[in-house]
Design a binder for this molecule. Structure first.
Ligand SMILES: [Zn+2]
Ligand SMILES: [Zn+2]
Length: 236
């Protein structure tokens, strides 16, 4: 199951190995999955009855409505919205229940609807499989261990997710080796960002005005993607 992701996972890690500016490889993989889902839902999948049934029931989160609008495909999006609105209407018109019960039921369903998103669901489920693949590769492919160590960084949410995926698959000693290795990368990156932000803060102090700040000028921009990951990527 997870083997279908061996090639994209390897490719993302190879790109990260060659280019420091590419950031967290998992952010790029997630973005790739998301772009793929956006293409599908506004293209080939849009008219498939089983997919439409799901989008009618689940709808989309605000972020994905915005991203769909930005693609400019207004007719497919209108068709999706047309049948989704009809489904919401059906949901609100639950016949046969006393008004008090019916109102509570509708509110519950609407709350569920506002927390659901067809694209988030698909991306999340495939991304988990990619994480599993990356853990499997670390265990089975010695080259992948080197690729892993040569990444610019893992953003902290994906670092935590990768560690959890590895823990679920690896035995004690293997997991200990894995953690030691990825932690070493993360420790180095966090120390680097700490140093840059320290120097950036110092740059506001006139006593240090003669010190060179070049690589600390963008300290904030360099810290944030490590803490939270990044959504805007240009290479896929
Ligand atoms: Zn990430
Ligand atoms: Zn979403």
């Amino acid at each position: 199951m997870e083997q279908i992701y061996t090639i994209p996972v390897n490719e993302a890690f190879e790109k990260g190995q060659q280019d420091e500016s590419r950031g967290c490889p998992f952010c790029r993989l997630r973005r790739m999955l998301e772009l793929n889902e956006l293409d599908l839902i506004l293209g080939a999948s849009m008219m498939e009855p089983d997919v439409r049934q799901k989008t009618n029931e689940q709808g989309f989160c605000p972020d994905h409505y915005t991203k769909m609008m930005q693609r400019g495909k207004r007719l497919p999006l209108s068709l999706i919205l047309q049948s989704h609105l009809a489904e919401v209407d059906k949901m609100l018109k639950k016949p046969g229940l006393a008004p008090a019960l019916s109102g509570a039921e509708s509110a519950k369903k609407l709350k569920g609807l506002s927390e659901d998103c067809y694209i988030c669901g698909r991306v999340e489920s495939n991304f988990e499989k990619m994480m599993g693949t990356a853990a499997l590769l670390w265990e089975s492919d010695p080259d992948f261990k080197y690729k892993c160590m040569a990444q610019p960084y893992f953003c902290l949410p994906h670092f935590a997710q990768y560690v959890a995926a590895a823990k679920a698959r690896m035995k004690g000693k293997t997991f200990a080796d894995f953690y030691k290795s990825v932690y070493k990368l993360e420790e180095r990156v966090l120390a680097d960002r700490q140093d840059k932000i320290d120097r950036f803060v110092k740059s506001f102090d006139y006593r240090y005005s003669k010190e060179p700040w070049d690589d600390a000028k963008t300290a904030i921009e360099q810290v944030m993607p490590v803490l939270n990951g990044t959504d805007c990527l240009d290479d896929e």
